[in-house]
Each structure stands twice: as structure tokens, then as C-alpha cells.
Write a protein that binds this ligand. Structure first.
Ligand SMILES: Cc1cc2nc3c(=O)[nH]c(=O)nc-3n(C[C@H](O)[C@H](O)[C@H](O)COP(=O)(O)O)c2cc1C
Length: 449
């Protein structure tokens, strides 16, 4: 048994009452997406009956902060510490001879939809998509497996179009292409959520092995097995492995697709994966991530919080907590609490936060008596501790994120910081009202039954 067996993890979620089973038959054309959007990726979901398929599907495994805190045995504000610890103490993956993910081996079908229930999500999507495909390619320089999630359009000629927007994978593809080579690639579906979480580490900033970070998070090496037709290692307990090659010098139109920030990403020419083989567990499960749900946004937010905290800490030693909100697409909005020691630290924290990642757009800095995971408490601080003419910082035309359309030039963005900390000399004036006994009172004892 392995800690990376998704079927075991599903049992844990069931025991905690954190998994909804959808018993009603659902269609993969919009209906599955609508159910996922209603649940918003915050709870595990198991689709037991999918119209036209024998295969069930699992979803909603990465979108709940409390589930992560429970998994790591910590509180929601300290998940970033666990991620950092794992990055600093990785446990290398271990090759196994026999792997559940290779119990069954099949030739690729003429159309992948003949095999797996890839949904059509939003109204104007160009077709059916894989959204939870964990992509593995070999890093020639280290022998590690590069791991990331990419959306994939299912093409009717048996190929998949792959959208690659970060250099971690793109540079490898272009390098292979320059040499006239195809890039061997495995797309893995049905994995333990730790692998998705670790995949979201930005390989620009972290040069280590992401799969070894997932191992450290679990306290046990990820068991891996070599693919049948390509020289790529994949997690042994995956439900489905699609082996193939990303073809050099071939592009196909991909998109539009309803994306992370709630808008359609445009159609563009993208590389394609030619499938060489498929292996899977007996009675495999499909995995799906609802685009734009918490499940889509939180894994990235949690990793970005590690970087945000460290960046702010360099200049404001009294930083207490950081929060990158799911509502801000897990990247645009940062909230920071500080134990303010010197006048000016609120603005200094804003400058550091806005430069911690190009996607960061709006930052709020509060004193450490504010709960940054409670939107009402943050709003209270803004309402009562901010004078807009002194406390709001605006920077025009910095590098931003192309995923949201509010700018004139895609990828160029204004930035704003709100310093909602109070001036140190007025500490007494800003002391919060406290009612003795409120922390221990049990309201149930007072309510007439
Ligand atoms: C559900 C989900 C879907 C994603 N889709 C894409 C995608 O289509 N294209 C892309 O480039 N990144 C996508 N990402 C983000 C990358 O997986 C992420 O940026 C990863 O850290 C990239 O790794 P790298 O820095 O090693 O390249 C997605 C992430 C998640 C969680």
C-alpha cells in the first residue's frame, strides 16, 4: 500500500464526510461542469454514473484549505511552512517493478473520447478537454521528471493539443524541436492531490525535483514506474497513463476555453501530443478539475504564499501571515498581516508583495490583530484604518498576468497596494473592543431549545 494511492485517499475523505457521491447519471456535455461549478471544488466529488461510459470520475481534491491543514496536521495559516519544509527536505522517488497503473495496457483509441469521459465545460469551449492531466517529461540535465498540469483539448484525430504557458515545459519542447526531435511526454490522470500541489511549484524559482517534494509532503517516496513506450517515469498508483510524443514543428488550433479567471482564453496554435500507448488500473477512474473553481486555484495560491511570505520577510521581519485569495484567482490578491515595528512598514510590505510575482495585482496590508483569512475582518480594517489619499499606492503599467482582461495591453497591468495598518503613535486609539469571556462562551447553552 502507498500513501499515494488515490483510492485510499478517497476512503479518508469519505470517513471525514468530505466527499459527495453524485449518484444521478450526468452527461459530459456541460452537465458535469455545471455540477462542479456549483460545488466549486471545495469538496471531493465522485461521479458514479457518466452517460455513455463505464468509467467513474473523481474531482474536488485540492480546493479546500482546511483539508490541506488537516492533511499536514497544522492550521490553515501554516500550510506554507509545510510546503517549504518539504521543498528543503525532498524525498527522491522510488522505482517499482509492478505498478497498478500498468495493470491494463491498450492501444490508443481513434478518438480519446471513445475511452475517457473528458467533459465539455463552458458554452463557447472549442470542444472536450482534460483539465486534471498531470504532465511528465524527463529533464535530461538531472534525470528528474518535470511535473506540471496543462489543459488539453481532445482532437478528433486521436491527438491532444497541449496549452503550455510557462517556461518549465515550453523550453524543453523548443529545445527538442530545435534538434528535430519529438518530446516524450506522459499525461497522468487520477493521482493523489499532493502530486497536483507539488506540481504547482514554479520551476523558475525552485530547481529541485517536484516529485521529491511530494514525497517529502507525504513522508514517503512516490513510487514510480517506467512507461511502456517512452523513457518517462510516472506515479505507480495513477489511474490512467497516456503515453506519447509532443511532435516537433506541428501546431493545431486550441481553444477558446473558459479559464481560471472566469473569462475565455482565446484560440491559438499549440503543440500536439500523439498518443503511443495507454495503460491503466483495473476499472480506472477519470479525474477532472472544474476550471475556475477553488480546486483549480488553491494549489497555485498555496505555493505562491511560500514565496510571498519569504519576500515580505526580507524587508519586514515582523510579517505574521500571508493569504493569496481563491476569489482573486489564487494569484491576483494578496493580504498580509504584520506586527508593525516601524512607521512605513505597511508600504514596504506592499512594495515587496507586488514584486513577489508578476501576477500580484492588489495587496492589502493589515496589523496582526486582523484575521486575514476572514474577508469581513479585512474589510473592517480597510473601512476603519485607511485614508485613501495617504494609504493607497498605485503603480501604472507594470508587468502583469495575461489571464485577466482589464488592461489595455494583455500582460501589462496597474498595481495597487492598500496600507490598512494604523500609525504606531495611535495604537491606543486603534485598540479593538474586547468583551471578557467571549472566547469561551458556548452559545448553545444560552439558546432555548
Ligand atoms: C488545474 C490546473 C490547470 C492548469 N492549466 C495550465 C495550462 O493549461 N497551461 C499552463 O501552462 N499551465 C497550466 N497550469 C499551471 C501550471 O501547471 C503551473 O504553472 C506549473 O507550476 C508550471 O510548472 P513550471 O513552472 O515547472 O513550468 C494549470 C494548473 C492547474 C492546477
Amino acid at each position: 500500500m502507498s500513501k499515494f494511492d488515490l483510492r485510499e485517499y478517497k476512503k479518508v475523505l469519505e470517513q471525514k464526510g468530505r466527499l459527495i457521491t453524485i449518484g444521478k447519471e450526468v452527461s459530459i456535455v456541460h452537465e458535469m461542469a455545471a455540477v462542479l461549478k456549483k460545488i466549486n471544488g471545495e469538496t471531493g466529488v465522485f461521479f458514479a454514473k457518466i452517460k455513455g461510459y463505464d468509467m467513474p470520475a473523481i474531482s474536488g481534491l485540492t480546493g479546500n484549505r482546511q483539508d490541506w491543514a488537516d492533511y499536514f496536521g497544522t492550521s490553515i495559516n501554516l500550510i506554507r511552512e509545510k510546503i517549504k519544509e518539504a521543498m528543503e527536505n525532498p524525498i527522491p522517488w522510488q522505482v517499482v517493478d509492478k505498478a497498478p497503473c500498468q495493470e491494463v495496457e491498450i492501444d490508443p483509441p481513434a478518438n480519446l473520447l471513445d475511452f475517457i469521459p473528458a467533459p465539455k465545460f463552458s458554452e463557447k469551449d472549442s470542444g472536450h478537454f482534460l483539465t486534471a492531466g498531470l504532465v511528465f517529461v524527463k529533464e535530461e540535465e538531472t534525470g528528474n521528471m518535470h511535473m506540471s498540469v496543462r489543459r488539453m483539448q481532445v482532437n478528433d484525430d486521436g491527438t491532444l493539443s497541449v496549452l503550455i504557458e510557462s517556461p518549465g515545459l515550453w523550453n524543453r519542447y523548443v529545445e527538442a524541436e530545435k534538434q528535430g526531435k519529438d518530446l516524450e511526454m506522459a499525461v497522468v490522470l487520477g493521482v493523489h492531490p499532493l502530486l497536483i500541489l507539488a506540481s504547482q511549484i514554479n520551476s523558475y524559482l525552485y530547481k529541485g525535483d517536484k516529485m521529491a517534494v511530494a514525497g517529502a509532503m507525504a513522508g514517503e517516496a512516490v513510487p514510480v514506474v517506467k512507461c511502456k513506450t517512452i523513457d518517462v517515469m510516472v506515479p505507480a498508483y495513477a489511474e490512467i497513463v497516456i503515453e506519447g510524443k509532443m511532435l516537433a514543428h506541428v501546431r493545431k488550433t486550441e481553444g477558446p476555453f473558459g479559464e481560471l479567471a472566469g473569462y475565455y482564453g482565446p484560440a491559438s496554435e499549440q503543440p500536439i501530443l500523439k498518443i503511443t500507448r495507454i495503460t491503466h488500473r483495473q476499472n480506472p477512474w477519470f479525474q477532472v478539475i472544474g476550471p475556475g473553481t477553488a480546486e483549480h486555484k488553491l494549489p497555485s495560491a498555496l505555493n505562491r504564499e511560500v514565496v510571498l511570505y519569504d519576500t515580505v520577510k526580507q524587508v519586514v521581519p515582523g510579517v505574521k501571515d500571508v493569504h493569496i485569495t481563491v476569489a482573486g484567482s489564487g494569484r491576483f490578491h494578496g493580504i498580509i498581516s504584520i506586527n508593525k515595528q516601524f512607521e512605513g512598514e505597511g508600504k514596504t510590505a506592499i512594495l515587496a508583495a507586488l514584486s513577489s510575482n508578476k501576477d500580484m495585482k492588489h495587496v492589502v496590508v493589515v496589523n496582526d490583530d486582523v484575521d486575514i483569512f476572514d474577508p469581513a475582518d479585512v474589510e473592517w480594517a480597510i473601512s476603519s484604518r485607511v485614508q485613501a489619499d495617504q494609504d493607497v499606492v498605485i503603480i501604472s503599467e507594470a508587468r502583469g498576468c495575461p489571464l485577466e482582461p482589464s488592461n489595455n495591453i494583455r500582460g501589462v497591468s496597474a498595481k495597487m497596494g492598500i496600507d490598512a495598518t494604523y500609525p504606531l503613535k495611535y495604537k491606543e486609539q486603534f485598540a479593538r473592543i474586547y468583551i471578557p469571556g467571549i472566547d469561551t462562551i458556548n452559545l448553545d447553552e444560552y439558546i432555548k431549545k
